[in-house]
Design a protein around this ligand. Structure first.
Ligand code: SF4
Length: 366
């Protein structure tokens, strides 16, 4: 008899802190995103961070490309509900400013900031403030000599680049580091992480960079990150999409939940529908999902099924479920039929039950 292959045990990594959020070791795998606003626009950036946090984002990265952005950065950090990683390229003075401004972590590649003295200045500051550093190797911006040596941005070249950056930090006695190795294609990314996993114990930030639009990007990220997470590799993840940052966080959580690596958050099961369905299932599912966003439903499972063939059974595994009938809908609570309503009343009735359920759950916890 064939057996389901369990996921590999998680790779043993050192634990580092990104503000109050632990990354690596036994800490839960976290979900990150990056703001897409102009960092100089404090209001827009803070509003975006709040919307990400509401969607489950646990660490947010904000780019600090200029002095003006660095000036806005402290207020953004002070108002952010989640730790902020400052994304810096080349200019170590911006890293120092971001560290003073409240960053929880600096994303900076030590090899690109102009020498070991500058690395020392950044590391000293990070040590003084208790910050971690993320080395972010990107297949699209590898060092020239590595491209010459390896011909192109191969996984080996990416790993070599990461090791060089790491060495510069280790030389200064700094070990609070996490690493990402991002390529825009899945296979190279997977190979690079696998290779580096054998050589270091630093936690990994996983991502497929420039993954693309929501459709293709979700698929590429799910496959790439899914393979690695299944092999026990990965401590924090970011789904990069040319699209809404809130979706990046939601998709990230959904991936982790699909692999049983995280629980909680919105969990909604819905059937694909078929010839048996006699209600407008797509509308009902979309409207229910939208309505549920206003309810804080940590740990609650919902299911929306097109008909009574699988509805009652599936809803036994859910806290609250709905099954379509002929122009009507049946609402189940933990597998028990509790209401029968007309199709047009189904969404409000379901949301009413969801609110009631949530209230009772909260009361039971007190
Ligand atoms: S639950 Fe019913 S409508 Fe949905 S796919 Fe299954 S048989 Fe079809």
């Amino acid at each position: 008899m064939s057996q389901l292959h369990p996921l590999s045990p998680r790779r043993k990594t050192r634990s580092i802190m990104v503000g109050k959020v632990p990354v690596g070791g036994d800490a839960p795998i976290t979900v990150q995103s990056m703001t897409k606003t102009d960092t100089r626009d404090i209001e827009a950036t803070v509003a975006q961070i709040y919307s990400y946090a509401a969607a489950g984002c646990e660490i947010v990265r904000v780019s600090v490309p200029t002095k003006k952005a660095a000036d806005a950065f402290p207020e953004i950090c002070a108002r952010s509900p989640i730790p902020v990683v400052a994304d810096i390229h080349f200019d170590y003075r911006l890293a120092l400013a971001a560290a003073d401004g409240g960053a929880a972590c600096l994303r900076i590649n030590p090899g690109n900031i102009g020498g070991q003295d500058r690395v020392r200045a950044v590391v000293d500051k990070a040590g003084e403030k208790g910050l971690s550093i993320r080395i972010g190797v990107n297949g699209g911006s590898l060092e020239k000599d590595l491209l010459e040596q390896f011909g192109t941005a191969t996984p080996e070249a990416m790993v070599e680049s990461a090791l060089r950056h790491l060495e510069m930090l280790e030389k200064e006695g700094f070990y609070q580091t996490k690493i990402s190795l991002k390529a825009s294609d899945v296979i190279r990314t997977v190979q690079a992480y696998r290779l580096l996993a054998k050589q270091v114990d630093y936690p990994f930030h996983l991502g497929i960079t420039e993954a693309g639009t929501p459709f293709g990007g979700t698929i590429r990220s799910s496959i790439g990150l899914g393979i690695l997470l299944g092999e026990g590799i990965g401590d924090t993840i970011r789904v990069s999409l040319t699209g809404d940052g809130e979706d990046e966080s939601k998709i990230g959580h959904e991936m982790l939940r699909a692999l049983g690596l995280r629980s909680g958050g919105i969990r909604m099961v819905s059937c694909p529908s078929c010839g048996r369905v006699q209600i407008d299932l797509q509308r009902v599912a979309n409207e229910i999902e939208k309505g549920l966003k206003e309810i804080d439903h940590q740990g609650i499972t919902y299911c929306v099924m097109g008909c009574v063939v699988n509805g009652p059974g599936e809803s036994k595994d859910a806290d609250l479920g709905v099954a379509g009938g002929n122009g009507e809908g049946l609402i189940y609570r933990r597998g028990e039929l509790i209401r029968k309503v007309k199709e047009e009343d189904l969404v409000p009735a379901f949301l009413e039950e969801a609110r009631k359920f949530k209230k009772e759950m909260d009361a039971a916890k007190i």
